[in-house]
Ligand binder design. Structure first.
Ligand code: PLP
Length: 384
């Protein structure tokens, strides 16, 4: 079937995301899927029990638009305990159906036709379409390969009277880098005396390694007062399919954010919110996540030691970047497809995270997988 009218695409350059493409290749070739970022192990049975419990108790209708208050109150307490920042659960915290929804709603609430948004590349693939659909223009800064550092003085040069927003992401997908307190202070400095809003994507806040502390913008009052912080329960509780998250922002930004959120989704899943409000009491579930994933990172790195892939540093998130220049000079997309077909391991070519498709011969592998999966994948990668 085809619609006979004329539809001019609002996103002419966007096709099916690479995550779906590589997952399809993985399934077709019965390959191990280290491409898409999701755990292949289950979440806590206690959490499932709680969701069941609230469903059976009849908590199955619309939740309040900003989320149930008990969950918002507990998020406020958690944020204060971790980052020393006070967010008012009534006016500054919103429960949302996932981080991607929150990113879109935040951009839509803030960015107008002709506004510029500074995007730091490589970046999560929803950022730029969200800007474009809202009439904004993405202005790009490229992190410096191979350590993916950011020179904030160069970022500063991109900021002008048209700049409405800057998007940051720490721990970072796909590079596994994390921003330090020095980065945050420099960001704070370059935004001083501007009206720029920070969209701080912190969905991997609990996946940070080597005793580093997550530098949430919430820790920096001068940054927090201009920031919309995005957090995802999917990443923290191994439940990416539930699409649940929350947003922290000062009252005036939250007000505008909610105006959009209420017409995109109105509210997020009710029984899961009740379940999370109970489950969040167990601080170990998120505090031990760093070590859990650090062990996985270390294990994966150990398994592929001596292979022809070169490990790039991974300080956070559940992604390991591997440079394959020693193996071939093929384009990363071609090599990722060949690796899936011939060696039965699927990954993501990192050029897709750049608007200019920069190719550094690097693939991204997700290590949020069981040890058996990692062992099997590593065995195959060692033979490449
Ligand atoms: C950097 C980043 N931001 C946001 C999201 C979206 O989170 P959610 O699954 O809660 O929509 C992801 C998911 O992969 C991500 O990697």
């Amino acid at each position: 079937m085809n619609f006979s009218g004329a539809v001019k695409s609002k996103l002419p350059h966007v096709g099916t995301t690479i995550f779906s493409v590589m997952t399809a290749h993985a399934n077709e070739n019965q390959a191990i899927n280290l491409a898409q970022g999701f755990p292949d192990f289950s979440c806590s049975p206690k959490l499932i029990e709680l969701v069941n419990h609230y469903m059976e108790k009849g908590f199955n209708q619309y939740a309040p638009m900003p989320g149930i208050i008990s969950l918002r109150e507990k998020i406020a307490a958690k944020t204060e305990a971790l980052y020393g920042a006070k967010y008012n659960p009534d006016t500054e915290i919103t429960i949302v159906p996932g981080g991607t929804h929150a990113i879109y709603a935040a951009v839509s609430a803030v960015v107008r036709e002709g506004d510029e948004v500074v995007v730091i590349e490589p970046c999560y693939d929803s950022y730029v379409p969200a800007i474009q659909l809202n009439g904004g223009r993405a202005v790009f800064y490229e992190m410096k390969y191979p350590d993916y550092s950011i020179d904030w003085n160069e970022v500063k040069k991109l900021i002008n009277f048209k700049t409405r927003m800057i998007m940051i992401n720490t721990p970072h997908n796909p590079t596994g880098t994390v921003l330090t307190d020095k980065d945050m202070l420099q960001l704070q400095k370059i935004l001083d005396n501007t009206d720029v809003v920070v969209l701080s994507d912190e969905v991997y806040e609990h996946i940070i390694f080597d005793h580093n502390e997550h530098q949430s913008v919430a820790r920096f009052p001068k940054l927090a007062e201009r920031s919309i912080i995005i957090s995802s329960f999917g990443k923290t509780y191994h439940t990416t399919g539930w699409k649940m998250g929350y947003v922290l922002a000062p009252e005036n930004l939250t007000r505008e954010f909610r105006k959009v959120h209420q017409f995109m989704a109105f509210s997020a899943n009710t029984p899961i919110q009740y379940a999370l409000a109970d489950f969040i009491d167990d601080a170990d579930a998120y505090l031990q996540l760093n070590q859990f994933y650090e062990d996985k990172r270390n294990y994966f790195q150990k398994l592929i030691k001596g292979s022809n892939f070169k490990l790039l540093p991974c300080k956070g998130s559940y992604f390991q970047m591997l440079n394959y220049a020693k193996i071939t000079q093929e384009r990363d997309l071609d090599f990722a497809v060949r690796l899936t077909k011939e060696h039965k391991v699927a990954s993501i070519p990192t050029s897709v995270f750049y608007h200019k498709k920069n190719d550094n011969n690097v693939l991204r592998f997700c290590f949020a997988k069981s040890n058996e999966t990692l062992e099997k994948a590593a065995e195959r990668l060692m033979r490449v």
